[in-house]
Design a protein around this ligand. Structure first.
Ligand code: PEP
Ligand code: MG
Length: 566
C-alpha cells in the first residue's frame, strides 16, 4: 500500500495504464542509405496516421479550436522541407534514420526558437512534438495515448498536464501521480472531471506496472497494488457506500445555503472551461466563483484571439443564466506554462514573472482578454478579478486598462453591461494585510488560499516533501482570512474564497463564523458544504471562529472545530 494525498474523492478499482514518456536514446550508426530512407518513410507515414487517430478520438470531446493543434502537427509531419532534410542527411552521411531525424529536428527547433516572433516559436514546439513521435516510431517505442484507452483503467503518471487530462475518456476511472499536492493543477482538474485521484504518491511509478490491478482509495489517499481478494471485496463495499452518500446529497440540490439562524451565503463552483458549467449546475452551484481562464490558453497552441475568448465567456455567462460569474484574468506562470510562449528562466517561477505581473507588462495580451470579457458582459452577470495582486498600484494599473478598454468598446458602438464588478484575488499575504486599503478600490475580494497558504508558509504547493505545511487551519492563515473579510466589510464590499479551503468540510464552520459571503469550490464539494451550512448556527460559528483565532496550532483549531460540529 502506498500513501499519497487524496486530491479528488472517490474509490476506483481497475488495471494500471502507465503514462510514461519513452526514453529516446539516439546512437549514431553507419547504415545503408536506401534502407534507412525506407525506414524513415514508413515511420513518417505511421506518425501521420498516429496523429490523425489521436485527432479523430479527441474530436469527440474537444472544440474545433482545441483540435487545431493536431492540424498544426499534421502540417509539420507533411512538411517537405523536414522530410527532404532528413533524407539528405541520411544519404550524405550514410547514417541511421533516427540519428538523421534527431540532427535535423535539433537544428530546426533551435532556428525557430531563436526567432523574435511568436508564430515561429509556436512552430518550434510543433517540430519537437512531431519529431519526438517520429523518433519513437523509428525506435519502436510506444508513446502512451490516453485517448486510445478502451478498457477501465487507472492512470499512473509522474504528473498529468492539462492536455493529458483533456484526453481522458470514460475508461479512465481515476489517476495516481507521483508528485503534486491537494492544490496542484492536476488535482484541481481531477475534481472538475469528477474522477478520483491520489497525487503526491511517491513510489507509485516504481510499484505499479502496466496491467497490475490497483485500488485507488482517493478518500484516504491510498493506492493498493495487486490487492488480495478480501481487500478487493472490502473496497467494493466502500465504493458502494461512497456512491450512496453522493446520491443522498442530491436532495439538497435546490435547497438554500442558509444557516439554522437564517444567515444566507452563496455556494459557487470553480471552473476551468465552458464544459465545466454543467458540472456546477448539476451539483447545485449558485454561481461561478472562479473561472480559471488560463486553461483556455493552455489548451491551445496560440494565444486565443479576442473572438475565440468572447465565445467562451459568452457561453459560460449564458450557461449560468444570470447567476454571478467571476472570471479571473490570465494567471499563467508558476506551474502553468504555455507551449507557445517563452517564459524567462527564473530560479523561483512561483515568485516570478506571472499572472498580473505578466499582464501589466504584456498589455497586448491583457487588453485582448479584457475586450473579450467586456463584450461578453451583456450575456449575464460578470465579475472580473485580477490574480496575484500584491500592491494597490498593480490593482489601479489593471483597473485603468479595464476602464480604457471599456471606453474604447463603447466608443466603437459595442454594447457593454454597466454592472461589471472589478475585484481581485487575495492570495499574496501583503494583499491580505493591506485588505482595508484595497477594499476602498476593489468591488470584491476572492481569497485564493492555495497560493495564500503557499506564500505564507513559504512552501511550494507542488512539492510533496513540504505538503505538511499546507495548513488551512493554521491560526496565521485564519488571521489573514479574517483581516481580508473584515477589510472588505468595512467598505461594504463582499468577499469570496475560491481556494480549496472553501470546500473543506471543517473550514466551512470557521469561514461562516468569520463572515465569508461566497464560498467557491470544486463542483463535487458543493452539496457537502451546503449540508454543513444548513446544520450550523451563524452566531455559534462566530464564537467558534473567535476561539479558533486565539489558538496556536492547526491541530488545536481542527480539534476545536471537530468537537463543536461533529
Ligand atoms: C488560489 O491560489 O487559491 C487559487 C484559487 O488560484 P489557483 O489555484 O489557480 O492558483
Ligand atoms: Mg492562485
Amino acid at each position: 500500500m502506498l500513501k499519497g494525498i487524496a486530491a479528488s474523492s472517490g474509490i476506483a478499482i481497475a488495471k494500471v495504464y502507465k503514462l510514461e514518456q519513452p526514453k529516446v536514446e539516439i546512437v549514431k550508426k553507419e547504415a545503408v542509405a536506401a534502407d534507412e530512407v525506407k525506414k524513415f518513410n514508413d515511420a513518417l507515414e505511421k506518425t501521420k496516421r498516429d496523429i490523425e487517430g489521436i485527432k479523430e478520438r479527441a474530436a469527440k470531446r474537444l472544440s474545433a479550436e482545441e483540435l487545431a493543434v493536431f492540424d498544426a502537427h499534421l502540417m509539420m509531419a507533411s512538411d517537405p522541407e523536414l522530410a527532404s532534410q532528413i533524407v539528405a542527411t541520411i544519404e550524405n552521411e550514410n547514417v541511421n534514420a533516427e540519428y538523421a531525424a534527431d540532427q535535423v529536428s535539433t537544428m530546426m527547433v533551435a532556428m525557430f526558437e531563436s526567432m523574435d516572433n511568436d508564430y515561429f516559436r509556436e512552430r518550434a514546439a510543433d517540430i519537437k512534438d512531431v519529431t519526438f513521435r517520429l523518433k519513437c516510431n523509428l525506435l519502436g517505442l510506444r508513446i502512451p495515448d490516453l485517448s486510445a484507452i478502451d478498457e477501465d483503467s487507472i492512470i499512473v503518471a509522474y504528473d498529468l498536464t492539462p492536455s493529458d487530462t483533456a484526453q481522458l475518456n470514460e475508461y479512465a476511472k481515476g489517476f495516481a501521480t507521483a508528485i503534486g499536492g491537494r492544490t496542484s493543477h492536476s488535482a484541481i482538474m481531477a475534481r472538475s472531471l469528477e474522477v478520483p485521484a491520489v497525487v503526491g504518491c511517491s513510489g507509485v511509478l516504481e510499484a505499479a506496472q502496466d496491467g497490475d490491478l490497483v485500488i485507488l482509495d482517493a478518500v484516504e489517499g491510498n493506492v493498493i497494488v495487486n490487492p488480495d481478494a478480501a481487500t478487493i471485496k472490502e473496497y467494493e463495499a466502500k465504493a458502494k457506500a461512497f456512491a450512496e452518500e453522493k446520491e443522498a446529497l442530491k436532495a439538497l440540490l435546490h435547497a438554500k445555503s442558509v444557516s439554522t439562524d437564517g444567515h444566507e451565503v452563496e455556494l459557487a463552483g470553480n471552473i476551468g472551461g465552458v464544459k465545466d458549467v454543467e458540472g456546477v449546475l448539476n451539483n447545485g452551484g449558485e454561481g461561478i466563483g472562479l473561472f480559471r481562464t488560463e486553461f483556455l490558453y493552455m489548451n491551445a497552441d496560440h494565444f486565443p484571439s479576442e473572438d475565440e475568448q468572447f465565445e467562451a465567456y459568452k457561453e459560460v455567462l449564458e450557461g449560468m443564466g444570470g447567476r454571478k460569474v467571476v472570471v479571473r484574468t490570465l494567471d499563467i506562470g508558476g506551474d502553468k506554462k504555455l507551449s507557445y510562449f517563452q517564459f524567462p528562466e527564473e530560479m523561483n517561477p512561483f515568485l516570478g514573472y506571472r499572472a498580473i505581473r505578466l499582464c501589466l507588462d504584456r498589455t497586448d495580451i491583457f487588453r485582448t482578454q479584457l475586450r473579450a470579457l467586456i463584450r461578453a458582459s451583456v450575456y449575464g452577470r460578470l465579475c472580473i478579478m485580477f490574480p496575484m495582486i500584491a500592491t494597490v498600484k498593480e490593482f489601479r494599473d489593471a483597473k485603468a486598462i479595464f476602464e480604457e478598454e471599456k471606453a474604447n468598446l463603447i466608443a466603437e458602438g459595442v454594447q457593454v453591461a454597466d454592472n461589471i464588478e472589478v475585484g481581485m484575488m487575495v492570495e499574496i499575504p501583503a494583499a491580505a494585510v493591506n485588505a482595508d486599503n484595497f477594499a476602498k478600490e476593489a468591488d470584491f475580494f476572492s481569497i485564493g488560499t492555495n497560493d495564500l497558504i503557499q506564500y505564507s508558509m513559504a512552501a511550494d504547493r507542488m512539492s510533496e516533501h513540504v505538503s505538511y505545511l499546507y495548513q488551512p487551519y493554521n491560526p496565521s492563515i485564519l488571521r489573514l482570512v479574517k483581516m481580508t473579510i473584515d477589510g472588505a466589510h468595512k467598505e461594504g464590499k463582499w468577499t469570496g474564497m475560491c481556494g480549496e479551503m472553501a470546500g473543506e468540510p471543517y473550514a466551512v464552520p470557521l469561514l461562516l463564523g468569520m463572515g465569508l459571503d461566497e464560498f467557491s469550490m470544486s463542483a463535487t464539494s458543493i452539496l457537502k458544504a451546503r449540508k454543513m451550512v444548513n446544520s450550523l448556527s451563524k452566531k455559534e460559528m462566530e464564537k467558534l471562529a473567535e476561539e479558533a483565532l486565539s489558538l496556536s496550532t492547526a491541530e488545536e483549531v481542527l480539534e476545536l472545530v471537530k468537537k463543536t460540529v461533529d
